[in-house]
Design a protein around this ligand. Sequence first.
Ligand code: AMP
Ligand code: ZN
Length: 464
Amino acid sequence: MIRFYNTLSKKKEEFSPLKQGEVSIYTCGPTVYNYAHIGNLRTYIFEDLIVRTLRRDYKVTHVMNITDVGHLTSDCDTGEDKIELSAKREGGASAWDLAKKYELKFFEDLHSLNCARPSFTPRATEHIKDMIALVKTLEEKGYTYKTSDGVYFDTAKFPRYGELGGKGNLEGLKAGARVEFSGEKRNPSDFALWKFSPKDSKRQMEWESPWGIGFPGWHIECSAMSMAYFGPTLDIHCGGVDHIAIHHTNEIAQSEAANDKPYVRFWIHGEFLVLSAGKMSKSAGTFLTLDALRERGYDPLDYRFLCLGAHYRTQLEFSFESLDSARAALRGLRERVAALKEQSDGIVKDLPALEEAKAKFKTDMDDDINTPKALSVLWEFIKGPAAAADKLEFIKYADGFLALSLLSGEVVKELPAAAVELLAAREAARKDKDFKTSDRLRDELEKLGIIVKDTPKGQQWGWK
Ligand code: AMP
Ligand code: ZN
């Protein structure tokens, strides 16, 4: 029995899908105007864990969209389109090429983090017709009005507006939006379904519509794409907690207004990864990418392991110290696996005990994806008295959920580029007898997890 904390009911609920044996899950994908930061990636890792856990019991269809148009710099429908703005910043690149470039990079990141590729990854720009059709339905049902810059959803006409985020968030949204409250909007929480292209300049991405040339609002994109795959009601919809108050609240309003049916049965939201200095934000430029971690010598799976150590509904404060600990623990696990492989004769000795441990592990994963508890079951079994073959079987089972490449993964032994440079600089410093510099460089290398020893043959390095 799988249980999830449902943001809608604000409690853990027993999960069962609408269609027996099959689960429909939609996760909000990236806005491809920049590299994903490791905060975004935490959300995709938690969603991957949900999908992997569900796949044990169900056939799962996972749709993750690619937002390649319509996400404005402010979630309140003002500002520039993030993709077009980024294309301008990158020296007038084509918005289409830019979106493809970051989309590709995003999938590479997911792959490096062992996140399973979703069943479908539709691009917003490929579903414009569905979006227009949805806005038309809303118009026919009297939920929309036109302003000089677009077609808006009148939230006052949807009495249940804001239920997902609770009253507190709705008040916050209204207060926040007041600053940007355009005179033409009827209510601060109203949102754009279709935006008109500016009169004085030409957008790269724009389409004809019954209301004029323009582009879809960000929220209508997800509703239209999830409906295209799943119809009016789907089992699960996920995203980061930042989407509760506006994006998902608006998705519910427009979808349920259009279909007169519940839109999503389980809303599951992942908490943020934060930096000790505050928020990690793409637009503020204060973000770390997976490549930045690689350059410092970390394996992407060290980061995955770090994320698994915290429950997805608790904030995780990122630090390199905690990433070091995650890396050390993961290496420890892999070393044990290597030793077990040497000891194992391949024959399980105590099947009931093995099955009991597996069941315990699954119970924790099924309990709202409790990875910290599941990991402790894994450690307990590995450190316990079971035979090597039994332990390997258990690790294989657990890794089906955790996806840490525990059985096949080698610890990356190549030196990161930054370390190669530091080692060369240190060797040069030692030749010049500049020991102050060479000591400083040794400390820097240690921060990358590399220990340097000076031997009669010259400096030798090893992993911490
Ligand atoms: P975006 O590409 O900005 O649309 O965001 C992609 C996903 O990352 C969304 O589900 C966001 O809720 C999520 N997200 C954004 N910032 C963070 C963060 N610091 N920690 C965890 N998830 C985040
Ligand atoms: Zn979305």
